[in-house]
Ligand binder design. Sequence first.
Ligand code: G3P
Length: 220
Amino acid sequence: MKPVIILNFKAYREGILRMEEIVESAREINESGIAEVYLAPPLLYALKISENGIPVLAQHTDAISYGSHTGRIPPEMIGSAGLKGSLINHSERRLTLADIEFIISRFRELELISVVCTNNISTSRSASALRPDFVAIEPPELIGSGIPVSKAEPEIVEGSVRAVKDVNPSVRVLCGAGISRYEDLTSALELGAEGVLLASGVIRAKNPGEKLKELAGIEP
Ligand code: G3P
């Protein structure tokens, strides 16, 4: 299977300023077939990107249904707007267990992709019991650090892969935090992960489009 690369723009200004080149690189990588890239831009920009044929994930979805809610986004809107799915329970947007379960099961009914973020082996194990498509293990202390989790804490990645597959072999595991280079991606794959979730290493790079291609293994 192709490695999965999910690029979270967070709310970095650079991601907005350099959006076009990032989108172009994502397109190039996906067309080359070398990896499967999903972009997770701020929601205000999601439609613009997905209309360009790039698979887009929301950075967050709320555990609600259609109705009287202000400033919130139910799973149904993610689907009807043409997004492919969402990050759920990101370290910077934690949810309750009940909310995580609600969103994953609605996503399953709506055929949307659920990517649940976790912070250690036990939460990865618990998250996998809820049957998401992906569990993305991200030790919070390494987020934004530039120190790749696949190097600094390989045992958390391996342990999470083992724990998740024990509970539910069909759940795919990603790892994130400090990922920026092709070798971070390949070490993640060697540890049993099926891809990476990252942000600053590409979004804040001098040439984010080039950096994304390099990460996927396309020579400059
Ligand atoms: O969602 C990705 C993330 O939290 C990792 O951030 O900047 O360490 O790649 P970063």
